[in-house]
Design a protein around this ligand. Sequence first.
Ligand code: DC
Length: 236
Amino acid sequence: MNLISNTVPTQPVIWPVITIDGPTASGKGTVAQRVAHALGFHYLDSGSLYRLAALAAVRQCVPLTDDKTVAEMSRQLDIRFVGEKILLAGQDVSDDIRSESAGQNASIVAALWQVREALLDRQRAFREAPGLVCDGRDMGSVIFPDAALKIFLTASVEARAERRTKQLKQKGMSAIIDDVVKELRIRDERDINRPVAPLKRLHDAQLLDTTEISADEAVASILDWYSKTPKNSVGV
Ligand code: DC
């Protein structure tokens, strides 16, 4: 008797992911959101999770270097993304997590390996139909190493500082460009040199330097690269 079934085994569908990693203020967020919108994909701003973890720690007076406690808190965080708003335990913290100090604090907790571990599953859960665009530092290296397309998006520190200063001023926050340059350098240094999941350009990532190009041009390049990505390589 032939016990071998002739039905074709169904492969689990792995939804395509586009990862956009790069240094702070390189324009990743704007570009990633526009790419997601153009493709009708979900969007994950992974930096917001580290910003939320740091904010929760500060609010509960937990030292930002206490890996175990911040990791436990990160697992329990009640986070909701509602349109443009980010709610932490039901409270709108969208502006609170965007300040420069919130970014620096995020960079401190992001260097702790137990915290990174605690946020792994939460990030991978964003991979849903019909696909995901995500930005961060380790999206292509650690979270979605099998991504269909990996981008390393960068710009000169001066261009990034100029954009960040403009953004902060638009939000009514004060900002001096020389201070912003210094802060970006400190954050770059920490994100690049930490032992866990450091920011680095992967050999299989497309380099996209936005110093001299607009966000629209960056989006167009990514969409073009994605249209040329063999879709069977991502399991769909
Ligand atoms: O992208 P952002 O500026 O919102 O990120 C805030 C900090 O979080 C950044 O300094 C480094 C950290 N981060 C990280 O380590 N890994 C990620 N995937 C995203 C952000």
